[in-house]
Design a protein around this ligand. Structure first.
Ligand code: SF4
Length: 204
């Protein structure tokens, strides 16, 4: 049993993993004629934690066959991925959240518009249009999980902010990470506030 809400997702994953593990054991027990020569059936399956016990339904023969087939298929795909000469990128929120090379990862930025965004920090690729004073640029979004491609945005530096700011110019395409989105009430143009963690990659 999970005691804390923030642990629930991990707990569910852990339990799913343990359930699959138990079914693998059940499958081995069913087919191991050395240790189970009389082919004794499995009567119950249980995952026992310090905090409680979880009963797992014993799969019938048909379910066991499907499980076996799935296991063989997923082992095959892992094997072929490991043997592939190039490892393909698999961008996702979970995979990429803390990836240190995401600024350089083209598949990540291409995937952004199809990713749902409920993150506090936002990553956006933009093309700069025009400076708005010393600390802001009007830009067009070219990749983002939170803003539609083509929408105008204000990119704002923070006080005493980023060193690359002086190198910005009209027409520059740039990737920016770890900013915070807010809205500019008078114009409805979203504002992308750079933070101390923000990094940039100049594209062209
Ligand atoms: S950003 Fe690219 S390299 Fe990093 S985890 Fe995501 S897909 Fe992999």
């Amino acid at each position: 049993m999970c005691h804390y809400r923030f642990e629930e997702r991990n707990c569910i994953r852990r339990t799913q993993g343990a359930t699959e593990q138990l079914i693998v054991y059940a499958m081995l027990w069913n087919e191991d004629l050395d240790r189970n020569p009389a082919h004794l059936p499995i009567k119950s399956l249980q995952i026992v934690y310090g905090s409680g016990t979880i009963a797992v339904e014993v799969p019938d023969t048909a379910q066991m066959l499907i499980f076996r087939r799935d296991l063989i298929d997923s082992s095959e795909s892992v094997r072929s991925a490991l043997n592939a000469s190039a490892v393909s990128a698999k961008p996702s929120k979970e995979n990429c959240q803390h990836c240190p090379v995401k600024l350089l990862c083209q598949p990540y930025w291409e995937s952004l518009p199809s990713v749902s965004s409920d993150d506090h920090l936002s990553n956006n690729q933009v093309t700069l249009i025009k400076a708005r004073g010393d600390r802001a640029w009007l830009a067009t979004v070219t990749a983002s999980a939170a803003i539609e491609v083509g929408q105008k945005i204000i990119v704002r530096n923070y006080e005493g902010g980023k060193a690359f700011w002086n190198d910005l110019r009209s027409g520059l395409s740039i990737r920016l990470t770890d900013g915070v989105l807010s809205s500019q009430e008078e114009t409805d143009v979203p504002v992308f506030n750079l933070s101390m963690m923000s990094e940039a990659l100049f594209l062209s």
